[in-house]
Write a protein of this length. Structure first.
Ligand SMILES: Cc1cc2nc3c(=O)[nH]c(=O)nc-3n(C[C@H](O)[C@H](O)[C@H](O)COP(=O)(O)O)c2cc1C
Length: 194
């Protein structure tokens, strides 16, 4: 690996938005982990909200030092949100994790992998209205996995279609473009983040 390749590596955090037990998120997250850990420019961090304590009554505007994942979010150059759709929106646990943090999201891109009857499209579109408030930008490309429960094999693994795998790789390529472009903004801190 050349020095240029090393310096161009990016830390990408996958945020698993469902905290249900059991949940379809498990085989889908395993697929993301398999695919993304093989991408040569990605240092992958899998953040599972089901294993993180972010009590709603302790949430503060502007974030809170007590967050067990603040450091991991801060270290990320970009994010992939794995989100199901619940009642035409995204899970409350994911909104809570967004609200618990502030500067950790700023000037970073967020890409989406959605699932549900219609591939989680309504959850994703709602997330697109929330994230600019945190000065995060959202990536146009996305991965929609409609009826993903029909693509789980006998061993419980998600069997992605070639189209889904292709969409994932185009999506993370766009995420990479944005993550690189936004890096200088984070060091310049143009609006004086607290
Ligand atoms: C409370 C609830 C509401 C749901 N509402 C929708 C919905 O509005 N649209 C949709 O496509 N799927 C909906 N679903 C189906 C979920 O998208 C599907 O069950 C998905 O696999 C849940 O992901 P999870 O098991 O990882 O939590 C809903 C599921 C739950 C539990």
């Amino acid at each position: 690996m050349t020095a240029d390749n090393v310096s161009s590596r990016l830390r990408i955090a996958v945020v698993i938005g469902s905290v249900r037990k059991p949940r379809l998120a498990d085989p889908l997250a395993a697929w993301l982990e398999r695919e993304l850990s093989a991408v040569d420019w990605i240092d992958l961090d899998m953040i599972d909200l089901a294993s993180v304590s972010l009590p709603m009554h302790e949430m503060r505007p502007g974030g809170a030092a007590a967050s067990p994942i603040a450091g991991r979010l801060a270290d990320a150059d970009g994010f992939v949100f794995l989100t199901p759709e619940y009642n035409h929106s995204f899970p409350a646990a994911l909104k809570n994790a967004i609200d618990w943090h502030f500067t950790e999201w700023a000037y970073k891109p967020v890409a989406f992998v959605g699932y549900g009857g219609s591939g989680g499209i309504r959850a994703i579109e709602q997330l697109r209205t929330v994230l600019p408030e945190l000065r995060a930008t959202t990536v146009r490309e996305s991965v929609l996995l409609p009826m993903a429960w029909e693509h789980i094999d006998a061993d419980g693994h998600f069997v992605a279609s070639p189209g889904a795998t292709k969409a994932l790789h185009s999506t993370v390529e766009e995420l990479r473009t944005w993550a690189r472009a936004l890096r200088p903004l984070r060091s310049a801190d143009p609006v004086g983040l607290p």
